[in-house]
Design a protein around this ligand. Structure first.
Ligand code: SF4
Ligand code: MG
Length: 328
């Protein structure tokens, strides 16, 4: 059967008076129902833009999807009308953002905001919709849901607010949930609780989960597969186990080495040398060559294509076959 979501060679540009930014330069991945795919990369690597393109929420101008396919149950979402896409987004896919405070409306109670979804999409009465809201707050383990449903977003802690966002996202039982840095703003204990909640909901609802993060510690336990993004491109693909064990791309290898050995929490992708490239001026050849310890003249002139370097492993490095075996 076809995967729930299959993204093929996605490309996104931003055109402003300052020039052209190649925000996404070729990203492919697939995710199935009940599966978690992690999208890893430093800030500015195009992760969030790619997610917005999948959901059809890129603002145009200045952003344009210039290539690729987004197949959701075999239908290319990039070909749907705005109205059709709004329907898919409301009913079948949802997103949780990093910052729940800006994503929630400050002037309405959280109960009202959740209940609205059931009134608009399911035609429920006000009291039935509010009962559903209580049920959902309970499901995401907000204590005392019956009373808290009447509170405003600012009356919740950061972690509880993220739970409210998750409740809204799963309200209509989507097939796919995209979580964009869902725990970045939270402290470590709360991060772990939110990740556990997402994993549990994914399992119970049988959703596909796309988890966007720059925190390697977060993904090791929850993801099945991963894509590593660099300079807007997917440069390594594979199962999370294999990627951690034997990275196929020197960038991924550097990321893995940036994780503290003792426990794998708190590995930050910012920890490697050099700065990520400016997406308005991507280096020639391999986009990683200015930071790559293995770079040769070939890397400066020729851009490596993404190719299979081992079973189920794909990477964009001229020497990927040797890197994955640890021979280079
Ligand atoms: Fe490094 Fe060259 Fe591989 Fe790019 S192609 S990652 S510069 S070795
Ligand atoms: Mg982002």
């Amino acid at each position: 059967a076809a995967p729930l979501l299959e993204v093929r060679d996605l490309r996104v540009e931003y055109r402003t008076s300052y020039g052209l930014t190649n925000a996404v330069n070729g990203l492919s991945y697939a995710v199935d129902r009940g599966e978690t795919l992690a999208i890893l990369g430093e800030s500015g690597s195009g992760k969030s833009v790619a997610a917005r393109a999948v959901l059809g929420i890129i603002e145009s101008p200045p952003g344009y999807v210039t290539g690729g396919e987004v197949l959701f149950d075999e239908v290319d979402l990039l070909r749907l009308s705005r109205k059709q896409m709004r329907r898919v987004r409301g009913e079948r896919m949802a997103i949780v953002f990093q910052d729940a405070l800006t994503a929630l409306n400050p002037v309405f109670t959280v109960g009202f905001q959740i209940a609205e979804l059931f009134r608009v999409h399911r035609g429920l009465s006000k009291s039935d919709a509010t009962a559903k809201a209580v049920e959902l707050l309970d499901r995401v383990r907000i204590p005392n849901a019956r009373n808290r449903v009447h509170d405003y977003p600012h009356e919740f802690s950061g972690g509880m607010r993220q739970r409210v966002m998750i409740a809204m996202a799963i309200a209509l039982e989507p097939d796919l949930l995209i979580a964009d840095e869902p725990t970045t703003a939270l402290d470590v204990t709360v991060q772990a609780q939110i990740m556990a909640l997402l994993a549990e909901l994914r399992r119970d609802l049988g959703m596909g989960l796309v988890l966007i993060t720059h925190d390697l510690g977060v993904v090791a336990e929850v993801a099945d597969h991963a894509v590593v993004m660099y300079a807007g491109r997917g440069i390594e693909y594979g199962s999370i186990e294999r990627i951690f064990e034997s990275p196929a791309h020197p960038y991924t290898r550097a990321l893995m080495r940036s994780i503290p050995r003792a426990d794998q929490k708190g590995g930050r992708l910012e920890a490697i040398d050099g700065a990520p490239p400016n997406l308005s001026n991507i280096p020639s050849g391999c986009e990683f060559h200015p930071r790559c310890p293995l770079a040769t003249q070939l890397c400066v002139t020729d851009r490596p294509e993404v190719v299979e370097v081992a079973p189920g492993r794909r990477t964009a490095c001229h020497y990927g076959e040797e890197v994955v075996k640890g021979e280079r």
